[in-house]
Design a protein. Sequence first.
Length: 166
Amino acid sequence: HHQAPANTAAITVNSPEQMGELGRRLAKILRPGDLVMLTGELGAGKTTLTRGLGEGLGVRGAVTSPTFVIARVHPPLGAGPALVHVDAYRLGGGLDEMEDLDLDVSLPDSVIVVEWGDGKVEELSDDRLHVVIDRAVGDTADEVREVTLRGLGARWTEADLAALSA
Ligand code: ADP
Ligand code: MG
């Protein structure tokens, strides 16, 4: 038995509904300017998690797979932050290109969720929440996911991660 680093959490998610619930829980602790990076193969559940997150934040528009656009802005319905949902798959060089997208939104006032962003969007912030979603080994029904959350930077405390595992 080894002690996990304080700023990580491992969560087993048993259904798409539970993945949405995890997203809603995550939304409660997110703040404007937060960067969340989602890693996982196609069909892992990155967009499903983001949909729950959008519900939790209370934003306009359906959160869908942004495959045919690089980024979609979901304005807040109330006083909270906008959700900027990025599919970085076809984002070649990273940030310059993202700035070129000319999103009609202030990124420091938004929550930014990036799928396929590894190696591309880290420059956006030293404070990041990395979420890795893996299919569970031997789950023939393909319904179980192992979610590993890792907070980088002073923004993400042990208490934040504990709140997500609860
Ligand atoms: P990604 O964005 O990672 O490609 P999606 O969220 O678009 O993945 O799709 C995930 C698919 O897997 C959906 O069809 C969803 O219903 C299904 N699924 C099954 N079990 C789960 C689970 N535990 N969490 C998330 N999605 C799941
Ligand atoms: Mg997706």
